[in-house]
Write a protein that binds this ligand. Structure first.
Ligand code: BG6
Length: 506
């Protein structure tokens, strides 16, 4: 990795949580590694007036608190590049003066015109700030590139996503838009691409002829914490599935790209989104399960249910768990079910993709726990990043008992280098102008189209149940019935927490 061209990094929502926890600590990590441009400044923007010094002091504390790198020796040098302005961002009249402030800072720091505008604001501002920036010409690229970074949610449903698309594309080109999906910044999500396309042994098997099903789990042991207010407007489907998990599914399912160029990779990802078979309203009962955690006691501690969390309605119908079964209608995947599940307050934190291969066509061995079991390739995205291959081996001794064994690779064994955080990687890419790991407009729209019938049914059809599940369990048991095939179940079944013994935190 090398230094990018000089640029100014403008962060709207500078007093917000994301800036404190992720953005500034990640920029500092890049600074320490010498990966920020030669000439560089970060301008924090919020409504509340602060001096540069007060903002720097707050950022200093946050870099220490949410540290991304151990080396604290360069914090003061980094802070000299941090500035702050208070702007009423929803007021168009504030923008001519704001433009002048940017000019002054550029002149002072000798930066030139390249600018990143990062919207770390509530989504209600997404349709406003870009328009106001454009009203004073801050979208124009004559004096250097201008890029707009947006955090999810990219709309609330198909209708609002189409509206946002229209607003953004009125003043900005698609190649100026960077929609952050931090899952795409995770090393192991990118490693899925490398595993698939740098090894000759997987690709020939990676299709409907050899794969029985693909399962993607993103389990979280935490509840909604202090984000009850936001979560009430989202729910698990919008919060995790519409973006992160469909992106992971697309990388697992895409065709080999013709090159590593962003356009080549994104074209293949888009084709997967376009091939998602929508779940029809009539099938929502059987293909989309939702749940909400209820109070329970874990290790003697009473865990509140979702409806008791701060900012959550006592009658809330928001799902904290979602599980889907769906198909990708193309030649590679015809007939292969994909399963996605995610939830809060599950027994542990784990995100993984599990490729279940078909069983052998003829069962020779009938005894032992591994007899006739399908092979599984587990791509562990977090924690303990790595890859696990499960297969049958003879149990030593008389007879032909088959035992299931693991071929286990841990990312940590590959290198003692630290794994950069997702934000660090993505912020670097925004300065480099590499949009490979960002969602483009059409992907977002296709994802909403795919989920619309489920969202409609979950909102309007009272007969679709919202299952309660005890905090600390693997979600509603009904979700087990999603998996096709006798004896088939999720890799961590509800009643039997783990068969690797590595994810049991309870
Ligand atoms: C965020 C969601 O996008 O991703 C959160 O809003 C969720 O609700 C988080 O907890 C999960 O991210 P990670 O990186 O911890 O798996």
């Amino acid at each position: 990795m090398k230094k990018n061209d000089n640029c100014l990094y403008v962060i709207f929502g500078a007093s917000g949580d994301l800036n404190k926890r992720k953005l500034v600590p990640s920029l500092y990590a890049l600074f320490v590694q010498g990966l920020l441009p030669e000439k560089f400044a970060v301008l924090g923007v919020s409504r509340t007036p602060f001096t540069d010094e007060a903002h720097r002091a707050a950022m200093k504390a946050d870099i220490h608190k949410y540290k991304e790198v151990e080396d604290a020796s360069q914090i003061d040098a980094f802070l000299q590049k941090i500035y702050y302005v208070a702007v009423q961002v929803n007021d168009e009249a504030a923008y001519p003066a704001f433009k002048q402030q940017l000019e002054d800072l550029r002149t002072k720091e000798e930066i030139g015109g390249n600018t990143v505008f990062y919207l770390s604001t509530p989504p209600t501002s997404y349709g406003i700030i870009p328009k106001h920036l454009a009203s004073v010409g801050l979208n124009k690229q004559k004096d250097g590139w201008k890029r707009l970074i947006i955090e999810k949610p990219f709309g609330y449903d198909l209708k609002s996503a189409l509206k946002l698309k229209k607003i953004l594309l009125k003043d900005w080109n698609e190649d100026q838009l960077y929609r952050i999906d931090h899952y795409l910044g995770k090393e192991t999500v990118q490693n899925l691409l490398v595993t698939r396309f740098s090894n000759g042994i997987f690709e020939p098997l990676w299709n409907r002829n050899y794969i029985h099903r693909v399962e993607i789990t993103a389990a979280e042991s935490l509840g909604v914490e202090q984000r009850g207010g936001y979560y009430e407007t989202a729910g698990a489907l919008r919060d995790m599935v519409q973006n992160h998990l469909l992106q992971v599914a697309a990388i697992a399912a895409m065709e080999p790209p013709s090159s590593l160029e962003p356009i080549a990779i994104r074209n293949e990802v888009l084709k997967v989104f376009q091939s998602l078979r929508p779940i029809q309203q009539d099938d929502v009962h059987t293909q989309a399960i939702r749940g909400q955690y209820v109070t329970s006691t874990i290790k003697g501690e009473k865990i509140p249910g979702y409806r008791e969390e701060e900012g959550v309605s006592p009658n809330s119908g928001t799902e904290t768990y979602a599980a889907l079964k769906f198909y990708i209608d193309n030649w590679r995947w015809g007939g292969v079910p994909f399963y996605i599940r995610t939830g809060k307050r599950l027994p542990t934190r784990v995100t993984e993709v599990v490729v279940h291969f078909k069983p052998t066509p003829h069962f020779l061995f009938s005894t032992g726990e591994g007899a006739n079991a399908c092979n599984q390739l587990v791509i562990r995205i977090q924690p303990d990043e790595g890859i696990l291959m499960k297969f049958g081996m003879k149990t030593p001794g008389a007879g032909f008992d088959v035992q299931r064994v693991n071929m286990d690779f841990h990312y940590a064994d590959l290198t003692n280098q630290r794994i950069p955080s997702a934000y660090e990687r993505l912020l670097y890419d925004t300065m480099k102008g590499d949009a490979t790991l960002f969602a483009r407009t059409e992907e977002v729209i296709e994802a909403w189209k795919f989920l619309s019938p489920v969202l409609d049914a979950w909102t309007n059809d009272k007969s679709v149940p919202l299952h309660g599940y005890p905090a600390g369990s693997w979600g509603p048991e009904t979700a087990d019935e999603l998996i096709d095939g006798e004896g088939m179940t999720w890799r961590y079944p509800c009643k039997n927490l783990s068969d690797d013994g590595i994810y049991c935190e309870l």
